[in-house]
Design a protein around this ligand. Structure first.
Ligand SMILES: NC(=O)c1ccc[n+]([C@@H]2O[C@H](COP(=O)([O-])OP(=O)(O)OC[C@H]3O[C@@H](n4cnc5c(N)ncnc54)[C@H](OP(=O)(O)O)[C@@H]3O)[C@@H](O)[C@H]2O)c1
Length: 241
């Protein structure tokens, strides 16, 4: 996919590993300046060092900062830091997410709140701070990483399904609200991806994080007149049930 993002800036939440990290790398390959966040400072520094080594030849800005998308104060500080260090962002990828898989009776109030406040509240908070900045720059992109769990419920998925079903609706409303001001909102719904997400098992039949990153690139590469607002993607050959 031919994508040129030179001169553009991006923020990827949950960029220290998994799908978020692959998206950070793909945006850097396209020439964007990229900031990413996560809660754990150590894994952020490790990823930042690796990426700075890999992209040492380029004059790209690669930045990372610890931030918790569940916290309004933390997200506000993250955006103030981006204003100073990077400017923008032109592109926000709301990727940070967690999964706790238990029925409602077994889910603690803290677990419920963790899933909803990260996967749904975090998207609200980051978008709330990004949209005025994008307006001031004349437009932008918000790409939300949803899940096929936002289409199909499964046993044990009460909190996760609620967060991702909610995200599909929220993304569509955001798309309708902001497209006339040049802010394009898309939601990507992957099936199983080979990451450590939710303590899931790694398996060869799953999609690679880079495949989701390529879908992000494909959405961003569309001509300005066209908005791909919803993408479903799934492994071609999952095990038969
Ligand atoms: N893997 C799959 O099969 C799959 C399928 C469909 C959709 N997805 C979605 O894809 C996204 C990424 O999943 P993944 O598989 O890459 O997961 P992952 O490997 O567990 O990575 C999650 C990332 O989010 C960060 N994060 C978690 N909570 C955060 C918070 N409160 N504030 C800031 N950052 C936070 C993590 O860093 P810290 O832990 O340091 O905060 C990490 O960088 C999620 O939204 C997930 O729902 C995954």
């Amino acid at each position: 996919m031919n994508l040129d993002l030179h001169g553009k800036t991006a923020l990827v939440t949950g960029g220290s590993r998994g799908i978020g990290r692959a998206i950070v790398e793909r945006l850097l390959e396209a020439g964007a300046g990229v900031a990413f966040c996560g809660r754990d400072g150590e894994s952020l520094s490790r990823t930042l060092d690796e990426l700075r080594r890999r992209f040492a030849e380029e004059t790209l800005k690669i930045l990372a900062r610890a931030a918790d998308v569940r916290s309004e104060a933390s997200v506000r500080e993250l955006f103030e830091w981006i204003d100073l260090e990077l400017g923008g962002p032109d592109i926000l990828v709301n990727n940070a997410g967690v999964g706790v898989f238990r029925d409602v009776a077994a889910l603690s109030p803290e677990e419920w709140s963790d899933v909803i406040e990260t996967n749904l509240g975090g998207v609200y908070r980051c978008s709330h701070h990004a949209i005025p900045r994008m307006r001031a720059r004349g437009g932008g992109w918000i790409i939300n990483i949803g899940s096929l769990a936002g289409r199909n419920a499964f046993a044990g998925g009460a909190a996760y399904n609620a967060s991702k079903f909610g995200l599909v609706g929220m993304s569509e409303a955001m798309m309708l609200d902001h497209r006339h001001e040049g802010i394009r909102v898309a939601c990507i719904l992957p099936g199983s991806v080979n990451t450590g997400f939710g303590h899931g098992q790694q398996a060869d039949w799953k999609m690679a994080p880079e495949d989701v990153a390529e879908a992000v690139a494909a959405v961003l590469a569309m001509p300005e007149r066209t908005l791909v607002s919803l993408v479903e993607m799934r492994p071609s050959r999952p095990p038969r049930r």
